[in-house]
Design a protein around this ligand. Structure first.
Ligand SMILES: C[S@@+](CC[C@H](N)C(=O)[O-])C[C@H]1O[C@@H](n2cnc3c(N)ncnc32)[C@H](O)[C@@H]1O
Length: 195
């Protein structure tokens, strides 16, 4: 389990853009995958320093956002940079009980791949319980690529990516209608509407 202590807000964006050159494209595709939704409440799993949250709130200015992350340090930075926005952040593990729903939209960028497959399955079941029926769950993350990697993302012992195929199957089992929105080597955005 990742307790978040290894993540540092200072220099995060420089670091992550070096690690994942397509970082900004991944975030853009996540936002695109939320189009044609009109969420009132959004849940962000693994908010970190608030990059994903700020992009999502820009696209959905009438929504309020709840974010969780294991790292108090990262969230302190998110609270500072999003202080003018309708966002609240709570320290928590995504393996634990999720904030009370319902949410019309749940997003997660570069966080769920930290969970082994069985924990992802469990998370998807719990996400289905807090999404409003007809609502959407969008995952933008590192996956096991179908062909040898083009992006050259280095994995550590904290990373447990799964294939898109497995995640689509687990989301279906949890009651979603999922599809692959975008992929590029070992990066993918999966969009899943709750039936
Ligand atoms: C790469 S950052 C992503 C932050 C942001 N979503 C973005 O895309 O820039 C990953 C974040 O996931 C958090 N994290 C990792 N494992 C977690 C877990 N099991 N529960 C909650 N947060 C976790 C880390 O603390 C870190 O802030």
């Amino acid at each position: 389990m990742d307790d978040g202590s290894r993540w540092e807000p200072d220099g995060y964006l420089t670091f992550i853009r070096e690690e994942i050159p397509a970082y900004d494209r991944l975030q853009d595709e996540l936002v695109k995958a939320t189009r044609r939704t009109s969420p009132r409440r959004i849940l962000d799993l693994g908010s970190g320093s608030g990059e994903t949250a700020s992009r999502i709130l820009k696209a959905h200015p009438y929504a309020e956002l709840v974010g969780i992350d294991a790292s108090e340090k990262m969230l302190a930075s998110a609270r500072r940079s999003l202080s003018e926005l309708p966002a609240t952040f709570h320290v928590g593990q995504i393996e634990d009980e999720l904030p009370d729903g319902p949410f019309e939209l749940i997003v997660s960028a570069l966080t769920i791949h930290h969970l082994p497959g069985a924990d992802k399955q469990d998370l998807f079941d719990r996400v289905a319980e807090v999404v409003r029926p007809g609502g959407r769950f969008v995952i933008a993350d590192v996956v096991v690529p179908t062909e040898p990697s083009r992006n050259g993302i280095e994995l550590s012992e904290h990373d447990h990516p799964s294939s898109v195929e497995d995640q689509l199957a687990w989301l279906s089992e949890a009651g979603f209608q999922p599809h692959l929105h975008w992929s590029h080597g070992e990066l993918a955005v999966i969009s899943a509407d709750l039936r």
